[in-house]
Design a protein around this ligand. Structure first.
Ligand code: SF4
Length: 396
């Protein structure tokens, strides 16, 4: 188990489309629950890693997500980062790129496997001084949630972040000179036009991140419910139709700017892929701590209680046993969403051979270096192709 996810569930204010476990920060802070939560995280980490591991040095990637981790007071956040950074492998222990040849064999980017420590942040909660402190404490990668550069579209998302806060955040990132950073955008916002979508992509590219995530909002359940209730099903259908029609154009624009699509919703300059997320998509084990965090280790999946209150009350995690076939199906499903694809021999029992041969003949699928992958032109309809190719574990 080389990968750790840490969840901080606090945000300034809730966003209308949010599917994540997030709660308003101030009531928790005033009640002293934020400090208790941070202590509980450290206790859980020690409990879950077993005796003898408290000295750390065991994770290759750590992802501190939320919520908005940067909403908590800087001194508390920096102390948490410093504590977690001690659990990262030392760079001298990490294998070199030559030991991880999957990308080079496919003729794609050469990805050095240095320890990676990502923090999620939102405009309005960071400045250059905090970023410098976080970098000094051990953060190597920043993920900034912009979502849209257009005030009206952010308003449609119920996202209370001002234009100045976005500009200040980008100025701070540039002043500190982050080597690895992601900018989040969302697509398919009700009212968004093709021109708006292009303008967001162009503004994101101009900011110079090494990685851009472009999430199709129409897939989030919170969004679907909210739009249906507030604007009517017609508005959602219009946004869905817009997304279907223009997503590929937006993708082409990103790729023309040098951002390679290495997963359905994720784009990176060569060598700047997110190694933590790649571990999920390759079916590797990971430990998740904090409210709502999920862990998948061996044949067991544990999901922590969703709210901070339940987590602090030590409500037990839900435990699901995963059969080898379920794990294989998940590995195939996630791997096929990446440009790298999935090792065919490793997932053969969940592949419908007749469908595979038909999809290969139709050009939807490709076979390269022993891997099956979607033809890049079919990533936009990945759910349909993957649904046709894979046999759900309960049906075989
Ligand atoms: S900032 Fe992010 S995590 Fe927080 S409510 Fe908004 S979308 Fe959800």
């Amino acid at each position: 188990m080389k990968h750790l996810y840490v969840h901080l569930p606090f945000c300034r204010t809730p966003c209308a489309y949010c599917d994540f476990a997030s709660e308003p920060f101030w009531p928790h802070f005033r009640a002293g629950r934020v400090e208790r939560y941070l202590e509980a995280l450290q206790e859980e980490l020690i409990e879950r890693t077993g005796p003898g591991s408290a000295s750390g040095g065991i994770f290759r990637t750590i992802y501190l997500g939320g919520g908005t981790p940067t909403v908590i007071p800087p001194d508390l956040l920096v102390a948490l980062v410093r504590y977690l950074a001690a659990w990262l492998e030392r760079p001298s222990d990490a294998p070199t790129a030559s030991g991880e040849a999957e990308f080079t064999a496919a003729g794609v980017a050469d990805v050095p496997e240095l320890p990676e420590f990502t923090i999620e942040a939102n405009p309005g909660t960071i400045d250059a001084h905090l970023l410098e402190r976080l970098a000094e404490a051990g953060i190597s990668r920043l993920s900034l949630g912009v979502q849209s550069f257009a005030p009206a579209l952010r308003a449609a998302l119920g996202r209370r972040v001002s234009q100045k806060e976005i500009e200040d955040a980008l100025t701070a990132v540039s002043a500190v000179g982050w080597r690895e950073w992601n900018l989040d955008l969302v697509f398919g916002i009700p009212g968004q036009t093709r021109v708006d979508a292009f303008a967001d992509v162009d503004a994101a590219v101009a900011a110079g991140p090494t990685h851009i995530s472009l999430y199709d909002l129409t897939y989030t359940q919170a969004y679907r419910t909210r739009v249906d209730v507030t604007l009517g099903v017609g508005a959602r259908s219009a946004a869905d139709a817009f997304a279907e029609q223009h997503y590929s154009e937006v993708v082409a624009r990103l790729e023309a700017s040098g951002y390679r699509r290495y997963e359905v919703s994720n784009f990176a300059l060569a060598g700047h892929e997110c190694r933590h997320n790649l571990a999920y998509w390759r079916g590797e084990d990971y430990l998740g701590i904090g409210a709502s965090a999920v862990s998948t280790i061996g044949g067991e999946r544990r999901t922590n209680p969703r709210s901070a209150g339940e987590y602090l009350a030590r409500r037990p995690a839900q435990v699901e046993l995963l059969s080898p076939k379920t794990k294989m199906w998940e590995k195939a499903m996630l791997g096929l969403r990446t440009s790298d694809g999935v090792e065919e021999a490793a997932v053969l029992p969940v592949v419908d051979g007749v469908a595979r041969d038909r999809l290969l003949a139709q050009g939807c699928l490709e076979r390269r270096y022993g891997k099956l992958r979607l033809n890049p032109g079919f990533l936009d309809v990945s759910n349909t192709v993957i649904g046709a190719l894979l046999v759900p574990p309960g049906e075989s």
